[in-house]
Ligand binder design. Structure first.
Ligand code: PMV
Length: 322
C-alpha cells in the first residue's frame, strides 16, 4: 500500500539559520583630503575616516541584501550593481549562500564622495563573518570589499575601502596600501554637498581619456598633485594650516584641469573661501558630490554661507583623536 500524502513524513521547510554570533557591523565613511584621481595612477593620497558610516544588521530569512534608503532588496543571483557587488563579496570569501539576510543603514549621504559604498562593503563583510561562523581578517575585508568596489566604480584605486577597513587618518598608495599618519591634532573640516550626485565612474573614465589624449601634460599634473600631497603631509606634521589650505586650493585647480570639477563644486569652493576658508576642494570622485573646506575659527561662517545657498553641510574632523 502506497502511503497517502497525509501519511508521508512531513518535511518542514527550514529557514537557514545565522550562526549564533550574528551581529550588526559598522564601517566608517571617509574624506580624501588631497590626491583623489591621481591616486588611481600610483600617486599617494591623504584620507581619513569619518565618525559616521554604514551599519549592516543580520535579518532573518532569505539571504537578501536590503537597502531601505535606496528602496532595494537584492538576491546575490540578480543583475543590478548592488546584487553583483554582493555576489562579488560572497565569491571573494568563498561563501556559497549566507544563512540569513542583511539590512543596510546609512549614517551619511550616499553618492556624495564620502565613501558610503566602500563602508557598505566593509560593514557587510564584517557582518557576514560572524553570521557564517567565519573569522575574517583585515586582508579578507580588503580583498572582498575591493571586489565590490570594482563593480561599483570600475577602475578603483582601493583607497575608499582601505580607509573604511583601517579607520583613522593616513596616506594611501596603490603599491603600499594604507599607512596611518601621525596628525598631532584633529583636522577640522566643513563638508558641503553640492546637491548633485558625484560621478566617480564617469570622471575616472574621463581622466583615463585625457591621459591617453595628452599623456605628458597629464603625467605632469599627477606629479604636481603628488608634490602637493607631500607638502600637505609636512604641513599637517608641523600644524601649519595656512600651508595645508594652500595645498588644498592648488589641488583643486589641478582637479579642475583634469575635468573632474563642475560649476557647483567651483561655486562651493568660492563661497567657502569668501567666508574665510584657508582651503577648499572637492573630495572623492567629483562631477558633483561634496566639497571640503579647511576653515579654522571660520567653520560657522562657511556653514552659514553654504546653508544660506541651500546646501547641506556639516563639520567633521579627521586625524588624531578625531
Ligand atoms: O567618489 P569616491 O568617494 O568613491 O572616491 C573616489 C576616489 C577616486 O580617486 C576618484 C577613485 C579611486 O578609486 O581612487
Amino acid at each position: 500500500m502506497t502511503p497517502r500524502a497525509a501519511d508521508a513524513p512531513q518535511k518542514t521547510p527550514t529557514q537557514p539559520r545565522a550562526a549564533a554570533g550574528a551581529r550588526a557591523a559598522f564601517a566608517p565613511g571617509k574624506v580624501i583630503l588631497l590626491g583623489e584621481h591621481a591616486v588611481v595612477y600610483g600617486v599617494p593620497a591623504l584620507a581619513g575616516a569619518l565618525a559616521a558610516g554604514v551599519r549592516v544588521k543580520p535579518a532573518p530569512g532569505a539571504p537578501t541584501l536590503c537597502v531601505p534608503a535606496w528602496g532595494l532588496a537584492v538576491d546575490p543571483a540578480e543583475a543590478p550593481p548592488l546584487a553583483r557587488a554582493y555576489r562579488a563579496i560572497l565569491e571573494a570569501l568563498a561563501i556559497e549562500r549566507p544563512p540569513c539576510g542583511f539590512e543596510v543603514e546609512f549614517e551619511l549621504p550616499t553618492g556624495a564622495g564620502l565613501g558610503s559604498s566602500a563602508a557598505l562593503s566593509v560593514a557587510l563583510v564584517r557582518a557576514l563573518g560572524p553570521a557564517c561562523g567565519r573569522s575574517l581578517e583585515r586582508a579578507d575585508e580588503l580583498r572582498a570589499a575591493m571586489a565590490a568596489e570594482s563593480v561599483f566604480h570600475g577602475r578603483a584605486s582601493g583607497i575608499d575601502h582601505a580607509v573604511a577597513a583601517h579607520g583613522g587618518f593616513g596616506r594611501f598608495t596603490r603599491k603600499d596600501g594604507f599607512q596611518p599618519l601621525p596628525a598631532p591634532r584633529p583636522i577640522r573640516l566643513v563638508v558641503g554637498h553640492t546637491g548633485r550626485a558625484r560621478d566617480t565612474q564617469g570622471r575616472v573614465m574621463r581622466v583615463a581619456e585625457i591621459e591617453r589624449e595628452r599623456p605628458d601634460e597629464t603625467r605632469l599634473r599627477f606629479a604636481a598633485i603628488g608634490a602637493l600631497v607631500e607638502r600637505a603631509e609636512r604641513a599637517i606634521g608641523s600644524g601649519d594650516l595656512d600651508e595645508l589650505g594652500a595645498a588644498m586650493n592648488e589641488n583643486q585647480r589641478e582637479l579642475e584641469a583634469l575635468e573632474v570639477s563642475c560649476p557647483e563644486i567651483e561655486a562651493l569652493c568660492r563661497e567657502a573661501r569668501g567666508a574665510g576658508a584657508l582651503g577648499a576642494k572637492l573630495t572623492g570622485g567629483g562631477g558633483g558630490g561634496c566639497v571640503i573646506a579647511l576653515a579654522p575659527d571660520r567653520e560657522e561662517a562657511v556653514l552659514a554661507a553654504w546653508r544660506g545657498a541651500g546646501h547641506e553641510a556639516f563639520v567633521t574632523a579627521v586625524g588624531a583623536g578625531a
